[in-house]
Design a protein around this ligand. Structure first.
Ligand code: AMP
Length: 409
């Protein structure tokens, strides 16, 4: 097993790693760090929760520390503001003993303070594509000293329609540079991008693609669509669940559900793209500090969310895309901790469940809660048609829980 000192990282970085109590590099770190230190391009297939952030930030900070600055020498592109903010925090955490300047720029907040920061000079810039282009067009940036660029969560940039912006940005950077691309999945468009913007990249693939972290326990509750709210409330209460991340398909459903849960006396906030940056930051900080115990989010808003100790991820709506399921459940069980992923599935979502299971190569165990059982058609469709229900109950394929003191809302 490799250690951080064996990877050749500077002592200031090793000290910072001591502070955050990382003792052993994760697989993606062991593989990526030597490649980046070697100056090679890197194409890494790594899902969230694997420690990929330190996999690129540590060697980049190591290299930046050798040159005099501040001059913009490394750029990290992130699909979302939340991920960008988190990357910024990680850079500060890992680089705390180095005399480097890093800053984060994203949309939804004023340009002025960002321009001031850029004018004062930075070594490492973390940015979302739209706001970066804005600064570029205003002439706030010079890339002549840039030597490394990272595209983080490239598949999400593709999903969000950012690839044309990303290509424009890359075209404006010096051709002689190091390019690192991290993605949980490798759709053809990302492979094409990699081919176009990288030079003979080293390819690393940690674990099978889009496979959820093995420490997440998954379960699927069968329920009628209109009973989902009550079942969620029941599950939260029965399990005394705190620090729960709940996903809905749309922003309006996130708002609606947050209101419903709020009426039951819980500390709840919704997190989605229609909220101002101030409200999003407040929701995230509240969730981190424990002031809020349930955060209801959409996929895009939760992307890159790195909160320790999320005990449960609950899919109030089953995601329509299998990769979103993987990303969602990766929010719990960060860095090898145990976590639970619960999905509430109604008949309309059967096809999504099938697609997710095909992608997982496994069936998610089904459960029902007494008092919330769906109609026989839903049960039949979701469970093996050939085996009788009695037989499945006998083998434990279906389990019952008896709710105590149900409350309606
Ligand atoms: P990432 O996949 O980069 O989002 O990282 C997932 C989580 O793992 C973050 O909370 C990191 O702080 C944590 N982490 C990263 N590397 C290590 C390590 N070597 N040892 C322990 N925790 C780590």
């Amino acid at each position: 097993m490799t250690t951080f000192p064996e990877l050749g990282l500077r002592s200031e970085l090793l000290r910072a790693l001591d502070d955050v109590r990382y003792t052993v590099p994760t697989p993606v770190q062991s593989e990526a760090i030597p490649v980046v230190l070697d100056g090679k391009d890197l194409l890494a297939c790594a899902q969230t929760g694997t420690g990929k952030t330190a996999g690129f930030l540590l060697p980049i900070l190591h290299e930046l520390a050798y040159a005099k600055g501040p001059r913009l020498r490394a750029l990290v592109l992130s699909p979302t503001r939340e991920l960008a903010a988190q990357l910024g925090k990680s850079a500060l955490r890992y680089g705390k003993y180095l005399q480097l300047r890093s800053t984060v720029v994203f949309g939804g907040v004023g340009l002025g303070p960002q321009i001031d920061q850029l004018e004062r000079g930075v070594d490492l810039l973390i940015a979302t594509p739209g706001r970066l282009l804005d600064h570029m067009q205003r002439g706030n940036l010079s890339f002549h000293a840039l030597s490394a660029v990272v595209l983080d969560e490239a598949d999400r940039m593709l999903d969000m329609g950012f690839l044309p912006d990303v290509r424009r940005i890359l075209n404006a950077l010096p051709a002689e540079r190091q390019t690192l691309l991290f993605s949980a999945t490798m759709p053809a468009e990302i492979e094409r991008l990699a081919h176009d913007v990288m030079q003979s990249p080293v390819v690393i693939d940690v674990g099978p693609r889009a496979t959820p972290v093995s420490t997440v326990r998954q379960v699927l509750y069968l329920v009628e669509a209109e009973q989902k709210g009550r079942l969620l409330h029941y599950l939260l209460r029965r399990g005394r669940l705190r620090h729960v991340l709940v996903f809905t398909r749309t922003k309006s459903r996130a708002d609606w559900l947050a209101r419903q849960l709020g009426e039951t006396g819980r500390q709840v906030e919704a997190l989605h793209g229609d909220k101002s940056q101030r409200l999003r930051t407040r929701a995230l900080d509240g969730f981190r500090t424990g002031r809020i115990d349930v955060l209801v989010a959409t996929d895009v808003a939760a992307r890159g969310l790195d909160v320790q100790g999320i005990s449960h991820v609950i899919n109030f709506d089953v995601p329509q895309v299998a990769d979103d399921y993987i990303h969602r459940i990766g929010r719990t069980a960060r860095a090898e901790a145990q976590g639970d992923a619960i999905s509430l599935a109604c008949l309309d979502e059967l096809s999504y469940v099938r697609a997710i299971e095909r992608s997982l190569g496994a069936t998610i165990p089904r459960k029902m809660v007494r008092g919330f059982e769906p109609g026989p058609l839903t049960v039949r469709q979701f469970t093996q048609p050939q085996a009788s229900r009695a037989a499945r109950l006998a083998t434990g394929a279906i389990r019952h829980f008896a709710p105590r003191g149900q409350k309606r809302w």
